[in-house]
Design a protein around this ligand. Structure first.
Ligand SMILES: [Fe+2]
Length: 288
């Protein structure tokens, strides 16, 4: 069938293509493209201002026409690995319930909405809309990533998982090698957290190079920017948004930080330190 016989109101004409690909093939590719776009955006370093859109200068003549709206996989709010009151007295039940069931849930809802619009924008070849939606995907996708990791790297303070030396022997040795000891590490991490202006996160990050031994770094990020740079594995994170502490600590940010050391899940941190990047993000795949 000549290409002129195909409707052109909802798809992009590709003069290199003569036969329509089966819709299953198109949908499979588009699903892959959506995932690629989302994670290209999220894994881009903070300095990156733009990521490549796969339908610019489409190199593959088998795609790019006769595409229709497709379904996009939706993320869901992952359950907490403990009850809402499990982290008291370090973090109150009220904060945990609001933080998880409203704040995190809203990031998930808004991420799904942005991805659905993004899917439509790709289908309709609406590049301005694709660009406009990138900030919403980064912010809400980052919020979902950060909180999913955060819940998992906390534990009740009477748990054996909160003892660095016994729960995380490999990480403990690396912390001593890097910072001089647990006390010195806590002081440096706390100083970094207190230095965050506005809303953000503090992270201990394992940075893997192509040939070098992995190293540890203390990293702060603004708003909901996630730790997704090349070779970066988030070991544990601390939420420094006011919604994480204000109801209990008011403006006592330092007291919140001092107490959160009692509920860091070093067992999870050890697993992330010894594991790969995909191991650290497995909680996200579980929330699809
Ligand atoms: Fe938060």
């Amino acid at each position: 069938m000549p290409s002129s016989a195909w409707p052109r109101t909802s798809w992009c004409h590709n003069p290199l293509r003569h036969d329509p690909a089966p819709m299953s093939t198109i949908n499979t590719f588009m699903s892959f493209a959506i995932c690629l776009l989302v994670f290209s955006n999220l894994i881009a370093p903070a300095s990156a201002s733009f990521f490549q859109l796969p339908f610019f200068n489409n190199p593959n003549p088998s795609i790019g026409e006769n595409t229709t709206a497709m379904s996009v996989q939706k993320y869901s709010l992952p359950p907490l690995p403990y009850p809402y009151d499990a982290l008291e007295p370090a973090i109150s039940k009220q904060i945990m319930e609001l933080h998880h069931s409203t704040h995190h849930a809203t990031y998930v809802t808004n991420l799904n909405a942005a991805l659905a619009k993004y899917s439509s924008a790709i289908t309709s070849c609406d590049v301005p809309d694709q660009i406009q939606l990138q900030s919403a995907i980064r912010f809400n996708g980052g919020g979902h990533i950060n909180h999913s990791l955060f819940w998992e790297n906390l534990a009740p303070q009477n748990s054996s998982d909160t003892k660095l030396a016994t729960a995380a022997p490999s990480l403990s040795a690396k912390i001593t090698e890097t910072f001089g000891g647990e006390k010195q590490f806590r002081e440096k991490f706390t100083a970094a957290l207190l230095g965050i202006q506005g809303s953000g996160w503090g992270w201990l990050v394992k940075v893997e190079g192509a040939t070098k031994e992995p190293r540890l770094a203390i990293v702060t990020t603004k708003d909901q920017d996630p730790i997704v740079g090349p070779g970066e594995v988030p070991v544990f994170g601390v939420d420094l948004w006011e919604h994480a502490y204000y109801l209990q600590y008011l403006n006592g940010k330092a007291a919140y930080i001092e107490n959160i050391w009692t509920v860091i899940n070093w067992k999870t941190a050890e697993e992330r330190f010894k594991g790969s990047r995909s191991d650290a993000f497995k909680v996200l795949k579980a929330s699809l």
